[in-house]
Design a protein around this ligand. Sequence first.
Ligand code: BES
Ligand code: ZN
Ligand code: ZN
Length: 488
Amino acid sequence: MSCISNLKQSDQSWLETKDPLVAVGMFENGELTSLGQEIDRSLNGVISKAIDLGDLNGKAEKYRTFYQDDRQILVMGLGKGEDFDSEALRRAGGSIAKAALGKKIDSIAVECICPNSDSKDCQALAEGLVLGSYRFNDYRTGEQEGPNLERATILGGDEASLKKGAVIAQAVCFARDLGNHPGNVATPTRLAEEARRIGEVGEMEVKVFDREEIVEMGMGALAAVAQGSEEPPKFITLEYNGGNEDQDPIALVGKGLTFDSGGISIKPSAKMDEMKFDMCGSAVVLGVMQAVAELKPNLNVIGVIPSTENLLGARACKPGDILKAYNGKTIEVLNTDAEGRLILADALSYVTQKRKLSYALDFATLTGAVLVALGHHATGIMGNNEDLIKKVKDSSSETGEKVWEFPLWKEYCEEVESKVADVKNLGNERNAGTIAGGAFLKEFVENETPWVHFDIAGTAWGEKEKPYGPKSGATGNMIRLVLDLLEI
Ligand code: BES
Ligand code: ZN
Ligand code: ZN
């Protein structure tokens, strides 16, 4: 992977920096940002001349380049001044990074274009720059598209907030990478290795349970999904204790299904390759834990990842099989492709039964139905606690990662009742499939733990390109939202 790995703040003048490109901004009303004005003066008004001639309009994401000796001066459109909020800054940062990538430049200087050097704004600008510079080119052995964008010097701004934005965005890029790696690389074993690495950086306690231990612990649902695969499954926990002892921890649970063939209820082959992304829920958890490891907040957080492939073979779990989850509830498997909820059943009941939690969140590419309902634009959420859902929605507005709530009314919950076991892993054929997933998971949230389920099947990959988003592939969506929710 590649993204800006070195982002630093500087109080130097633009003339003292040596980067081959300097980025400044301009609003739609024709006003240049302050460094833009300074550079315009030193270039004898060539930028304002271009504005007068209508060659530059300041519309967001549109830019023009000017030249000072062998340096490029990039004037990025910032849109309307009155709409210039954190999200606009994030977009501007992403647009600048993408323009630099297109120009095959590896190091840029960027004016801190934040209106008041406000900490949230500086954080957003840095996030945009790093996120926009992301490229996944690990498997191309031939000619590269050009050099990677490695370094950014921000001229002005609040150093701590810029650094924080960079750390957060680098964690998102790391999660994008995990999603983009193919199923033969991003295996459960690899997820466990990444968890151990993060654990070392953040002084966390990391535990990895193997197939035998999964069975021994009574995780009959995860064990059943893993039965059809020879790739060793893992049940991974990471525990970060940066808060007081009496502070109840927050649990983050992520679906780590490293390839979903559907199992015996096999999927059609078209687009089956996309099911390498079925571990993006676990990438959200690892991305958040990576940022936690670096930023060391005063919090207690537990990451939980049930991880396996869903394949088919002589030993694979079959439709009609009845399984027993960690909390003792029995599950009738009516479709082996509804496996995400099975592995999450064990993970959710494990962490909510064993620990007194402040709240639990789970992230999963759980249903194709969420795409039918919301497309790639929003994550479907549902839960058992209005206050927590409200907080999630508030964080969503802060970070620009859209969520939409579905109801978990009693009528829906009754749809996962089974005739032969406690629950079945399907709702009513074809109807309200996303809610059925949530209704099923609700059965495995113990001790009245406040809980929200995030169905990220539409947002974890394949969204329309945003200025700070990837052209294609995994997005790392929801990591920034969770970090905002955790007040990190
Ligand atoms: N991983 C899939 C969900 C998915 C499908 C994500 C398409 C993104 C795109 C999940 O395991 C699954 O197969 N769910 C089934 C559930 C159904 C059998 C109730 C689905 O959505 O079809
Ligand atoms: Zn499936
Ligand atoms: Zn799946």
